[in-house]
Design a protein around this ligand. Structure first.
Ligand SMILES: [Zn+2]
Ligand SMILES: [Zn+2]
Length: 247
């Protein structure tokens, strides 16, 4: 089996705690390369880590918060001017993704957005319970408690015989336990240590539940200030920008 490589392009929260970039994870296998989320500095992080942005075949978004999708306009610019792209770019995401991505691009680059992109932008709505398949990769989405009305998703991705679970942003839900079974990697958000909220996860809860997650490797990400301040007490692997994991 070919290995699957995951690069943590952004391990920070919305506040870029500790100077870390916002959420973006590059998954590369023999057949394809794709992003899970595309936080604001995704292009910056790709270049800092000398990864060619042109590799990216498609992008799956967990939810439509800026720290998870605001990097898209800069990729569109890159694909227009610096590395002109002709092959389509598919973006998978929760209901409303197409409208929000176009609104973001128009807000960021009004006149450019009035002209056609040199590549086709294609959208796939991810619906819980309905798997999507892109380039041989299966993406299963499930709803997680993070926003009141808009839908936030956790993503379970099957690529080249490996399974990756990505929590997106979420409060505690038993679905994390269920979805983590038989996974090779669980990329799990961990915003807080002392603070407990219904819309994000905190370290004490995760360490308490750790034995129930049926994953080979769990890595905490979306790390907030509280977590970084108590780094010495954390007993679950923590992400950092540029971390590369081979599965
Ligand atoms: Zn969020
Ligand atoms: Zn976030």
């Amino acid at each position: 089996m070919q290995s699957v490589r995951v690069t943590f392009l952004g391990s920070g929260d919305a506040f870029s705690a500790g100077g870390s970039f916002q959420a973006a994870y590059l998954v590369q296998s023999g057949g394809t390369a794709f992003l899970l989320d595309c936080g604001s500095a995704t292009l910056t992080s790709l270049k800092r880590h000398r990864i060619d942005a042109d590799l990216i075949d498609w992008i799956a978004l967990s939810h439509l918060h800026g720290d998870h999708f605001a990097g898209l306009p800069y990729l569109f610019l890159e694909y227009t001017y610096q590395q002109p792209r002709s092959r389509p770019l598919r973006i998978l995401g929760p209901p409303g993704t197409k409208e929000r991505v176009w609104a973001l691009y128009r807000a960021a680059y009004k006149e450019l957005a009035e002209q056609p992109l040199p590549f086709a932008l294609e959208f796939t709505e991810l619906l819980p319970g309905t798997p999507a398949t892109v380039g041989g990769v299966r993406v299963d989405a499930f709803r997680v408690p993070h926003q009141e009305k808009d839908i936030s998703l956790g993503l379970r991705v099957g690529v080249d015989g490996r399974t990756i679970l990505y929590s997106g942003d979420t409060g505690w839900t038993e679905d994390l336990v269920t979805q983590s079974q038989r996974t090779d990697l669980f990329i799990c958000e961990c915003c807080f240590f002392e603070t407990r909220l219904p819309v994000h996860l905190d370290y004490p809860r995760l360490v308490e539940q750790r034995a129930r997650f049926g994953t080979k490797r769990m890595i905490l990400t979306h790390l907030g200030r509280e977590v970084l301040d108590r780094r010495g007490e954390i007993q679950i692997e923590m992400a950092s920008d540029g971390l590369v994991v081979e599965l």
